[in-house]
Write a protein that binds this ligand. Structure first.
Ligand code: ACO
Length: 313
């Protein structure tokens, strides 16, 4: 049966690095607390004038260049984001304009931190349905616009950036079946408060418990649906929310000892929908992912929602 595959990746991070020492000067916190509770050492912060569309375009341009395709080959552009300020035109349409993609269907998708994996499944389904041959799928966020910089419990967590993937039709289905869903009874656990000047808010411990106790079994279903055992995985790239969550989740999955685990949260912080493609692209660029082997992508967050799939890169 034919399907689709990720043929190229790209990423972009703003230049400004915000360290834990910088945060010590802004709120009552310290490097030791942040490292112990989150594993985060640095995060990138966009310039005031830098937009989600700017970052998405940079990442998308790199993925497109590395795919060897021309802009006119792209039939679909999806930008997963919860922080883009423009409602219309969509950020995806702005990316298409910047990259001279002439006639693709363009739309944004907001599934918070789970957005990129949801968008990747959407592109896979579109290609399987024959409605496009090539798609550009981007996760891009400017979370610094949504941070309450006086709230020490959240301002240490978040960062800005973008990651992108070109997805193409393929005789082999190298993007596996998606596992996705939500728990609307807990929709307030991660949210933006005040619609005029939205600010990030969360029940941190409830989210931590949910992610580490309930989600490993859901992530394992992505392997079952792809027809592989969890122990067949060569790499796991989960949502980069917190190093303690990544370590608890991957421990509970029962992975083989030599599995490569995405830990980009340490240098990038939590970049919401950008976190999975950003980590994946950086790991690929550094040659850390064995080629032709299964990689589990799994993202989760506001909704509460989750999405994930096994890809073979
Ligand atoms: N520096 C120093 N002290 C702090 C800080 C800080 N930055 N933030 C909170 N504290 C204090 C609190 O005030 C509290 O003090 P108190 O005991 O005197 O009241 C103490 O540290 C413990 O606070 P907790 O909230 O219980 O700390 P916890 O160990 O739960 O860590 C954290 C907080 C890191 C947010 C954790 O709950 C977590 O990782 N949750 C997961 C949620 C997450 O990752 N959300 C990201 C967005 S949603 C997503 O991406 C899935």
């Amino acid at each position: 049966m034919s399907g689709s595959r990720v043929v190229a990746l790209g990423h972009y991070q703003p230049e400004r690095v915000l360290t834990n020492a910088d945060l010590e000067k802004m709120v009552d916190t310290d490097d030791e607390w942040i490292l112990q509770r989150t594993g985060i050492a640095t995060r990138r912060i966009a310039a005031p004038a830098e937009t989600v569309a700017d970052m998405a375009s940079e990442a998308g341009a790199k993925a497109l260049a590395s795919s060897g395709l021309s802009p006119s080959d792209i039939g679909q552009v999806i930008v997963a984001t919860c922080s883009a300020i423009d409602r219309s035109p969509s950020t995806a349409a702005r990316v298409a304009a910047r990259l001279s993609i002439p006639s693709a269907v363009c739309f944004d998708l907001n599934n918070a931190c789970a957005g990129f994996c949801t968008a990747l499944a959407t592109a896979d389904h579109t290609i399987r349905a024959g409605a496009a041959r090539h798609a550009l799928v981007i996760g891009a966020e400017k979370m610094s616009d949504l941070v309450d910089w006086t709230d020490r419990s959240s301002c240490v967590l978040l960062g800005d950036g973008a990651g992108a993937a070109v997805v193409s039709a393929s005789p082999d289905a190298l993007i596996g079946p998606v596992v996705w869903g939500s728990d609307p009874t807990r929709s307030n656990a991660v949210r933006l408060v005040d619609s005029w000047q939205p600010r990030f808010a969360q029940e941190g411990q409830a989210v931590f418990r949910w992610a580490t106790t309930e989600l490993p079994a859901v992530a394992a279903q992505a392997c079952a649906r792809a027809g592989i055992a969890v122990t067949d995985l060569a790499a796991v790239v989960t949502h980069q929310a917190n190093l303690r969550i990544i370590e608890a989740m991957t421990r509970r999955l029962g992975l083989a000892p030599d599995v490569v685990i995405g830990r980009d949260v340490v240098e990038s912080g939590n970049t919401s929908a950008a976190s999975v493609p950003l980590a994946l692209s950086k790991m690929t660029e550094r040659g850390e992912l064995p080629s032709g082997r299964p990689v589990l992508l799994f993202a989760f967050g506001g909704g509460l929602s989750w999405s994930g799939q096994v890809i073979t890169a």
